[in-house]
Design a protein around this ligand. Structure first.
Ligand code: ADP
Ligand code: MG
Length: 603
């Protein structure tokens, strides 16, 4: 019949087992062969609220208001709930799409459509799975440089169900990969549907904040303090107002009022006074956004103030957020000043918008190409494969050393010895003191748990007594290393079958999992990613010197992380790659890996 698009709301397809899947494939083949696009099956449908169309092809009861938000939902029920929620807030859509089983049209297809849809100002997604994260990242990076994308990705709590043996594997989950993908491609990540719509409607109606400095104007001192707390907790700042701004405020207000940020106009201030103060703080160059917070008092008309503040906001290219407390009923729709029920919601939405704005102002972060591995490293892995077979497994000490060498990863000076006292003592004398003695035990990955690590040995007698003790553990070999001082970091990578290699950096040592002080990014990394990996974990503060501790060699650490991530990205046959600890020494002294684990995946 020449139909170009089909929306199938019926269930009983891919979600319901083998037979359903066969039906779904057949349906998709029919669509593909006739040039028809397919939405669903098993979806809630689609709405286009544009006034000349007003199509409600969902089985939901009402058509949404017209507006600038495009919303795609992988769950029909979540979609319906969101439509109701948006209607109550007076929020309008440019489109609503329920994706269902995604037999043909995917979230990525919709992203590409909304990218060029002039009616769409903000793209909101509710996702349960990411079909093709690599493509999603490419698209999102391109689109979020023009339009904001905000997502809720369900399934945060389920830790990655991957078989992993390193600290990195135990600590980082699939959710860390999603978080990294969002950070690296400018996607705003909301935790809840409420947050998603809060940030969505803020970005749909307000200009982007230039920075994260907010002024609070209120008629209730207590609410002002709560708002200030909420702002600072989300990473926003309350700047000091300029002197002439404070002077102007003072001239409008009673002497008991507060003209510092948060500005408290006092409970009985009339609507024009409150509005005038919002106008005044918007003139302050150090204010990127204003949160207007008004609690209704007796004798006030509940509908008088909001439109007056909206009129002021229209004169400025800065976001204004409204919190009109103590009023009931649905507010009259407005194209400016989104309304929030509590200052906490407003602060959170504004903080997300400010982060997105920072992403837009930063130089574009394109992921670099996957590096070509040095032939030395490829050869090591081929030899290890020959030794380990299709099952894969851990590289041995010499393989690890050769691999690290090929990639230019700095290792502590070391020597190996056969499991005999004479060999160990000779190796110790050749290496020099102080040193660390380690016994390599078959099938053991965390050596110190078995008493197979003795640190800071200063004499040959100490080496002898520890070697004698360790010989009882029946080691395969001994490893002797130069004893290195410095802060202990962890640099690890786990290859996720869907997302690819996820690089994790943070506090290392045997207590790494206890502190879980880490940050993760998807490899390959660009310079900004490396910087974020070094600075985001708390241990990052030690790089500048903390209290009496010396600073660390930042350049050497950055170089190590880049090379490590390149190695993780270049070899798809690596399942896990971890250095714990990496000793970060003083500036100019470099870094040294003292414990490296590399696991070849099953082929
Ligand atoms: P494990 O298999 O238990 O992780 P490691 O080789 O990491 O064994 O050693 C355990 C701990 O000993 C490290 O976390 C580190 O604190 C310390 N250590 C190991 N090697 C050295 C070294 N060369 N210099 C200084 N400290 C070291
Ligand atoms: Mg270790």
């Amino acid at each position: 019949l020449g139909v170009k698009a089909l929306c199938v709301v019926s269930a009983g397809f891919g979600e319901s087992g083998v037979e359903g899947k066969a039906l779904q494939d057949k349906l998709r083949d029919v669509c593909r062969s006739s040039g028809m696009r397919l939405l669903g099956p098993n979806c809630l449908g689609v709405q286009n609220p544009e006034p000349s169309v007003r199509m409600n092809a969902t089985f939901g009861p009402r058509i949404s208001l017209d507006g600038g938000i495009a919303f795609a939902s992988q769950s029909g029920a979540v979609g319906l709930a969101a439509i109701e929620f948006a209607a109550r807030l007076g929020v309008g859509f440019s489109a609503f799409v329920s994706l269902g089983n995604k037999a043909d049209i995917s979230g990525n297809d919709l992203l590409e459509y909304f990218e060029n849809d002039p009616r769409t100002k903000v793209i909101l997604l509710y996702l349960e799975s990411l079909g093709n994260p690599v493509r999603f990242r490419e698209l999102a990076t391109r689109i979020s440089a023009k339009k904001p994308i905000a997502i809720v990705k369900a399934g945060r709590s389920a830790a990655g169900a991957r078989a992993a043996f390193s600290h990195t594997g135990a600590m980082s989950s699939r959710d860390d990969a999603v978080a990294a993908l969002c950070l690296q491609s400018g996607i705003i990540r909301a935790r809840t549907i409420e947050e998603l719509f809060d940030v969505g409607r803020l970005l749909a109606s307000e200009p982007l904040p230039k920075g994260n400095r907010v002024a609070v104007v209120t008629n209730a001192g207590g609410m002002g303090i709560l708002a200030a707390d909420a702002c600072e907790a989300t990473g926003l700042l309350l700047p000091r107002l300029e002197d002439d701004i404070a002077t102007t405020l003072r001239s409008k207000l009673r002497p008991e009022a507060s003209v510092t940020n948060p500005v408290d106009v006092l409970a009985d201030a009339a609507a024009p006074v409150f509005t005038g103060c919002v106008d005044t703080v918007l003139k302050d160059e150090d204010v990127d956004a204003v949160l207007a917070l008004h609690v209704l008092t007796t004798g006030c008309d509940p509908n008088e103030l909001p439109p007056m503040v909206e009129a002021v906001a229209r004169r400025y290219a800065r976001p204004v957020l409204g919190c009109w407390m103590g009023r009931t009923g649905e507010p009259p729709p407005s194209d400016r000043v989104p309304r929030f029920s509590f200052p906490e919601n407003a602060a959170l939405a504004l903080a997300r918008a400010a982060e997105y704005s920072a992403f837009r102002q930063a130089p574009p972060m394109l992921p670099p190409p996957i590096p070509t591995p040095p032939t030395g490293a490829t050869r090591v892995l081929a030899d290890a494969r020959a030794r380990l077979g299709a099952e894969g497994g851990w590289l041995d000490a010499k393989e690890r050393l050769a691999f690290a060498d090929a990639w230019g990863l700095a290792m502590a000076k070391e020597r190996f010895a056969k499991p005999s006292i004479e060999e160990v003592l000779a190796a110790a004398n050749a290496l020099g003191f102080p040193l660390v003695l380690k016994a390599e035990l078959a099938g053991v990955t965390h050596k110190s748990e078995h008493g197979a690590v003795a640190v800071e040995l200063n004499t040959i007698e100490e080496v002898r007594s520890h070697a004698l003790r360790m010989l009882r553990l029946e080691p395969v070999a001994f490893e002797l290393q130069q004893f290195v001082t410095g802060e202990e970091w962890l640099v690890g990578a786990v290859r996720d079958p869907v997302f690819g290699p996820l690089v994790t950096v943070g506090a290392g040592g045997s207590r790494a999992e206890l502190w879980r002080d880490i940050h993760s990014r998807l490899a390959p990394l660009n310079a900004q990613d490396v910087e974020a990996l070094m600075r985001t974990p708390r241990i990052g503060r030690t790089l500048l010197g903390f209290r009496s501790d010396p600073p660390g060699d930042q350049d050497a650490l950055a170089q190590f992380i880049s090379r490590f991530a390149a190695a993780a990205a270049a070899h798809s046959e690596l399942a896990e790659l971890e250095v714990n600890p990496l000793k970060v020494r003083r500036p100019g002294e470099g870094v040294a890996a003292v414990d490296v684990r590399i696991r070849l995946r099953r082929s």
